[in-house]
Design a protein around this ligand. Structure first.
Ligand code: ZN
Length: 277
């Protein structure tokens, strides 16, 4: 099943897509797609809920995101493009949750951003508390999967000292959605194509079978260092084809359009804009 949140920013309502592809409003039964609701997404009967007319704006398809955990250098092809050896253990870092934005919202470049780049990624949404979980049990803690664009300013990330967080965390640098797709509908997380386009040109064309550390290992691994709560998102790394890896390098400019798609998780599309003066 596909779950989403629709409406104006900050006033989104929970919804789902029924078998006929129609949007239905869940707000009669639940306050939001957050917390314990994420552990029981399989219990909703779509026919019970009213249809929504039109095509409202979509927000991030999960609410109450306490942590946005990212995995660096998790694809063999991306490590190669950066001239790096595959890491021995997963590289993890945190992206500010204030970067989260809807799948069709603009990417707004911060005033000093000259090297904003795209990274299409498979996102994992946690549905049940995960703490020191085994790899075998890891996927039972997943509420669903989402398309993520881990937008990154490479100057802030690499040339401005310290950790990567600075380059990853600007407002609007975390588009998620359009939908949260439950594991039964999403299919094998290690068998998904990932693609990203800039102005209609295919830039990334990867596959989750090329992950160095698969999703079950990442959940287990992260849960050794921090508890994962319902609503937390893990962005599992990006394949090759980012702007930094190109010769010459390409970075996002106001007016560009970025699209990103992972497997059956849906395609997102953002216009790039300059920040207001
Ligand atoms: Zn990333």
């Amino acid at each position: 099943m596909k779950f989403l949140r629709f409406g104006d920013p900050g006033a989104e309502r929970p919804g789902l897509i029924d078998a006929q592809g129609r949007l239905r409003d869940l707000s009669r039964d639940i306050h939001d797609l957050s917390g314990e609701v994420l552990g029981r997404l399989g219990t909703f009967d779509p026919q019970k809920y009213p249809l929504v007319e039109g095509t409202p704006r979509l927000g991030v398809p999960v609410a109450g995101v306490g942590k946005f955990v990212c995995v660096g250098m998790n694809y063999t092809d991306h490590a190669r493009e950066n001239g790096m050896q595959p890491p021995r253990e997963p590289i993890i870092f945190l992206k500010a949750t204030s970067s989260l934005s809807g799948p069709g919202d603009a990417i707004v470049l911060p005033p000093l951003s000259e090297k904003a780049d795209w990274e299409v990624e498979l996102g994992v949404v946690i549905g049940r508390l995960a703490k020191n979980v085994t790899e075998d049990a890891a996927l039972s803690h997943v509420a669903g999967f989402v398309t993520v664009n881990d937008v990154s300013d490479r100057e802030f990330q690499i040339e401005r000292a310290g950790q990567w967080t600075k380059g990853k965390s600007a407002d609007t640098f975390g588009p998620v959605g359009p939908w949260l797709v439950t594991p039964d509908a999403a299919g094998d997380p290690q068998d998904m194509a990932l693609r990203a386009w800039v102005n209609g040109v295919l830039m990334q064309d990867g596959h989750t079978s090329n992950m160095i550390f698969p999703v079950r290992r990442l959940i287990s691994y992260v849960s050794q260092f921090m508890s994962l709560h319902p609503g937390d998102i893990i962005a599992t790394g990006s394949p090759s084809g980012v702007g930094m890896g190109r010769r010459p390098q390409i970075y996002l400019r106001p007016g560009d359009v970025v699209e990103a798609e992972v497997g059956a998780l849906g395609r997102q599309r953002q216009a790039v804009a300059a920040s207001a003066p």
